[in-house]
Design a protein around this ligand. Structure first.
Ligand SMILES: Cc1cc2nc3c(=O)[nH]c(=O)nc-3n(C[C@H](O)[C@H](O)[C@H](O)COP(=O)(O)O)c2cc1C
Length: 218
């Protein structure tokens, strides 16, 4: 069994990497990481994920164009004028993945647990069912499952010396990305993970002290 310190080292040294060398990333390394992603805990063991490995420069470029275009649209809204620094940063960085040799598009499939089905069948008329459905939707099991898988993926890529970044931002162009990739209706695009050999070294951002994030209820 892995020593705790080895696991801690792997977890603590993983960083979001946004600059990549142009060198090819072998499929074999990607597949090893995706295999470990699929060992993540997931609601009902439904494994509601697919990992689409995009290596086509043309397709990555088109995804980046779609994300850029949505960033520019948001930047053009009068409401955005109150946040000039953020808008400038978006416009600069929202499609940094354009230069990545690989982008893994993470898809989530529909999954309704028996509890969800019961609550929906019970309907809006029952206030208990309505509350329970709303609470469960907030932390949707399928989205939590994707989170666990993406973290496994990132750690496995990092262990192999690869750099990657978990990106929810491209969801702003979900419609265009799904159309471009030909995603079938039973799946939805939920995150993009650009991957490549790191061309930057990043020091970790500060983490909140333990006393701000832990509460024991004894
Ligand atoms: C759900 C999620 C969404 C994220 N979306 C983006 C994104 O759209 N663009 C980006 O550059 N980084 C994104 N990140 C990366 C975070 O900015 C990064 O994890 C955080 O700043 C901590 O840095 P570290 O990963 O190097 O420890 C995302 C991370 C998570 C977990």
């Amino acid at each position: 069994m892995l020593q705790f310190e080895e696991l801690a080292e792997l977890m603590r040294t993983r960083r979001s990497i946004r600059k990549y060398k142009p060198d090819e990333v072998p499929d074999e390394l990607l597949l090893k990481a995706i295999d470990l992603a699929t060992w993540a805990p997931n609601g009902g063991n439904r494994q509601p994920w697919q990992f689409w490995v995009v290596k086509s420069r043309d397709v990555i470029g088109q995804i980046a164009d779609a994300v850029d275009s949505r960033s520019r649209l948001m930047a053009s809204w009068p409401e955005a004028q109150a946040y000039p620094a953020d808008v400038e940063r978006w416009n600069r960085v929202s499609s940094f993945f354009r230069s990545a040799p690989v982008c893994i598009a993470v898809m989530v499939g529909g999954y309704e647990s028996l509890a969800d089905k019961l609550m929906m069948a019970r309907g809006e008329s029952d206030p208990d069912a309505r509350d329970m459905l709303e609470w469960r939707r907030f932390g949707a099991s399928r989205i939590q499952s994707i989170g666990a898988a993406v973290q496994n993926l990132l750690l496995a890529l990092h262990q192999q010396g690869l750099g990657a970044c978990w990106m929810a931002g491209p969801q702003q162009a979900k419609g265009e990305i799904e159309a471009l990739l030909g995603v079938p209706p039973e799946f939805e695009f939920v995150a993009l993970v650009p991957v490549g050999w790191p061309a930057e070294e990043r020091s970790p951002g500060p983490r909140k002290p333990m006393d701000q994030v832990v509460k024991f209820v004894r």
